[in-house]
Design a protein around this ligand. Structure first.
Ligand SMILES: *Cc1c(COP(=O)(O)O)cnc(C)c1O
Length: 392
């Protein structure tokens, strides 16, 4: 058995390493002897060529979700895409109503953006998911109103791996004349996404959750019928006026390549990651008091969120310093508050504070899993040993 390099990276839900094939593509668009020109430059060949690179990436990303390339708006990541979808849509469609429906366990990029909209005078209904981390279509139906303009519900939850039935949820939104947005940052390449079949109007995407670079993402904006979105960043009128700023050719080409690879490798990736997940779970069979916060029957295989009863999560994290994992999501790991997502699905506070999220990916191997398992078993039994009684 090979010895894994330490620390063992089991935090793929926070970010992925960039695939070497993606890096190779990105390196073509930077230096003086390469295609570094501004893709918006209309006055010379180098600009047109750079624009072609952008358009090819746009097609690659569109293909991954069954969209038309003209429906892809480049952003700096899924966070910006979520902001553009929620704020840009609500501001541009006041006549449709001022009401928005979302859930309490969305990514912070949606939760905090919805709070910002509340301060601006919009009204938000916060749906509470079940223990399985899912929002039921009937729940959404009950929350819909005449003035509901937008419904925003994520495809795959980043802390739990739970999968929402986005087609069914979109159907309810449309039945009430509302527009449907989904944050699909964790879903790309893990569940099938098709904006036509699933009737998605707006979809947020990220490069670095799909083995592409950080700092690039996209918002899918449906064209027929045209969804109106107001720009948040003003300038040269790039991206059909929805998002100004010089396009980063290397980032965008990288995201395009990453999404194309995600499709090509889908079957292999899924088989590999499912096998790792099973190996990981089997390896914990003998450890008592381990509960899955992830609804394993209906979740993506790359995320396993576990509670270790009677063990403090922060202490476990320290004891596992050779394993890179998360106590919740990377965005709130600085605070000792239990994960709002775990609390949101009704996990008791003590169990939420005893939970860790393990997430796997394309470059995780059996040795990583086995070594991590040995470290986890050792750490858990060490932390559970009752402290010695003080002598009378
Ligand atoms: C990572 C993530 C984001 C943020 O994406 P960035 O590209 O890092 O801005 C948003 N939503 C979900 C569900 C995520 O997992």
């Amino acid at each position: 058995m090979t010895t894994p390099t330490l620390p063992i990276y089991l935090d793929y839900a926070a970010t992925n390493p960039v695939d070497a094939r993606v890096v190779e593509v990105m390196q073509r668009y930077l230096t003086v002897d390469q295609l570094f020109a501004n893709p918006a430059s209309r006055s010379h060949m180098l600009g047109w060529q750079a624009e072609q690179v952008i358009e090819q990436a746009r097609r690659q990303v569109a293909d991954a979700i069954g969209a038309d390339p003209r429906e892809i708006v480049w952003t700096s990541g899924a966070t910006e895409a979520d902001n553009l979808a929620l704020i840009g849509f609500m501001r541009a469609n006041r006549e449709r109503g001022l009401h928005l429906v979302t859930s309490t366990i969305e990514h912070k990029a949606v939760v905090d953006t919805a709070h910002a909209l509340e301060k601006e005078g919009f009204e938000v209904t916060w749906l509470t998911p079940g223990r399985d981390g899912c929002i039921q279509p009937e729940q959404l139906r009950a929350a819909m109103r005449d003035d509901t303009a937008l419904v925003s519900l994520m495809a795959v939850n980043n802390e739990l791996g739970s999968i929402n039935d986005i087609a069914a949820l979109a159907e309810v939104a449309h039945a009430f004349g509302a527009v449907f947005h989904t944050d699909a940052a964790q879903a790309v390449g893990r569940i099938s996404l098709d904006v036509v079949n699933q009737q998605i109007d707006l979809m947020s995407l990220s490069g670095h959750k799909a083995y592409g670079p950080k700092g690039v993402g996209a918002l899918y904006v449906k064209r027929h019928p045209d969804i109106r979105v107001e720009a948040l960043i003003h300038g040269g009128g790039h991206e059909r006026g929805m998002r100004s700023g010089t396009l980063p050719t290397h980032q965008i080409a990288g995201m395009g390549e990453a999404f194309a690879l995600m499709q090509q490798q889908h079957d292999d990736d899924m088989a590999h990651i499912t096998r790792l997940q099973q190996r990981f779970l089997r390896g914990l069979d003998g450890v008592e008091g381990v509960y899955s916060n992830t609804p394993l029957e209906q979740a993506v295989p790359h995320i396993v969120n576990l509670a270790f009863e009677g063990v403090d999560g922060e202490s476990l994290l320290m004891a596992l310093r050779d394993v890179a994992v998360s106590t919740g999501s990377a965005c709130n790991s600085a605070s000792v508050d239990p994960s709002y997502v775990l609390l949101g699905i009704g996990t008791p506070r003590s169990l939420a504070l005893s939970s860790l999220r393990f997430s796997f990916g394309r470059f995780t191997n059996d040795a990583d899993i086995d070594h991590a398992l040995a470290l986890i078993r050792h750490a858990v039994s060490g932390l559970r040993t009752p402290p010695r009684q003080a002598a009378d």
